[in-house]
Write a protein that binds this ligand. Structure first.
Ligand code: NAP
Length: 305
């Protein structure tokens, strides 16, 4: 079994920054990531609010740069999904993936969150056939098409604006008459002539046999139900924490996020949590990176004592 000083679970902004700090502190560090470096950021077209990049930087590029920077100081990266964690009587931790078991003296949980689905009829079957959760990945398949974006937050606005590069028209379907998104993104979306808004409305059903052909919409104020033709359904309705592998290991809140204390400690000594996986995180790349740094310094202090 390979043993490390610190194992970091999750390779988004929080995990990669934690890895940079623990590696520079000469702690033998392993970062485990189940998909791609960067996490949610890697699926974002352009990051415009990370300080130091006045013109913005693509999500893909900043992710790769962060991984390269952590590796430069010795972080080892393995692309494996963590299945479970165990605390040994000696105080070390065992991290089990599908193929390996690793041992660590301290753990940083930075597995983030995954997109929430709508949970409506035909959504699962038509995913990849017109239903998507990633504009950067799938936008180019919708050239000159009519599509809908579901949600009223920053993701819906940012990704909706991005999708107007390809689509003929983007209809934002939002369940209220007020957007949750930040004012700058709201303003940009409202000024975009390719975007229109359908207020107080939810998607009840997605229609189509082999691919998306339309949706059934319901107005929550009038209760009116109608068919709406569309070629694509992009869903941006928030996230769920990636905490299935820590249930019963650390304390979670009612929504499944990891509870943290001062210095990003969890209910288990030696285990820290950073970024969107934890209760109260503000869900921005810059704050995820800041929390990664804080958790790394706390892990370092824990190991020194
Ligand atoms: P979010 O802020 O939680 O917004 C989710 C949106 O989806 C809300 O408008 C919500 O409606 C709606 N919604 C939730 N469940 C729904 C359902 N079942 N059916 C229909 N609509 C539903 O999520 P997000 O936009 O993904 O953003 C997540 C975090 O990342 C936020 O903190 C955001 O600021 C941040 N973020 C920032 C940027 C940026 O700074 N450029 C970009 C992307 C994301 P209600 O409003 O009615 O609740």
């Amino acid at each position: 079994m390979k043993t490390f000083d610190v194992v970091i679970i999750g390779g988004g902004g929080a995990g990669l920054t934690a890895a940079l700090y623990t590696s520079r502190a000469k702690l033998n560090t392993l970062l485990l990531e189940k998909l791609v470096p960067g996490g949610q950021i890697a699926l974002t077209d352009l990051v415009e609010n990370y300080p130091g990049f006045p013109e913005g930087i693509t999500g893909g590029e900043i992710s790769q740069r962060m991984e390269k920077q952590a590796k430069r100081y010795g972080t080892q990266v393995a692309y494996e999904e963590v299945k479970s964690l165990v605390k040994n009587p000696s105080g070390t931790f065992e991290i089990k993936t599908a193929s390996q078991t690793y041992e660590a003296r301290a753990l940083i949980l930075a597995a983030g969150a995954s997109f929430r689905t709508l949970g409506v009829q035909r959504e699962k079957e038509l995913t990849g056939r017109g239903v998507s959760y990633c504009a950067t990945c799938d936008g180019a398949f919708f050239k000159e098409k009519d599509i809908i974006v579901v949600g009223g937050g920053d993701s819906a606005m940012q990704e909706g604006i991005f999708l107007t590069r390809f689509a003929k028209k983007v209809s934002v379907i939002h369940r209220r008459d007020k957007l949750r998104a930040s004012p700058i993104l709201q303003e940009r979306a409202k000024q975009n002539t390719k975007i229109d808004f359908v207020w107080d409305t939810v998607v009840e059903k997605i229609q189509g046999d082999k691919k998306v052909e339309g949706v059934t919409l319901k107005n929550l104020k009038t209760q009116q139900v109608r068919d709406f033709k569309t070629d694509g359904v992009f869903v941006f309705v928030g996230h769920e924490p990636n905490t299935a592998f820590v249930k019963g290991f650390v304390e979670l809140d009612d929504h499944g996020y990891v509870k943290t204390g001062e210095s990003l400690t969890t209910s288990v000594p030696g285990v820290f949590a950073a970024g969107e996986i934890r209760t109260g995180a503000v869900k921005q790349l810059v704050s995820a990176c800041g929390e990664g740094c804080e958790a790394a310094l706390a892990a370092q202090a824990y190991l020194e004592h």
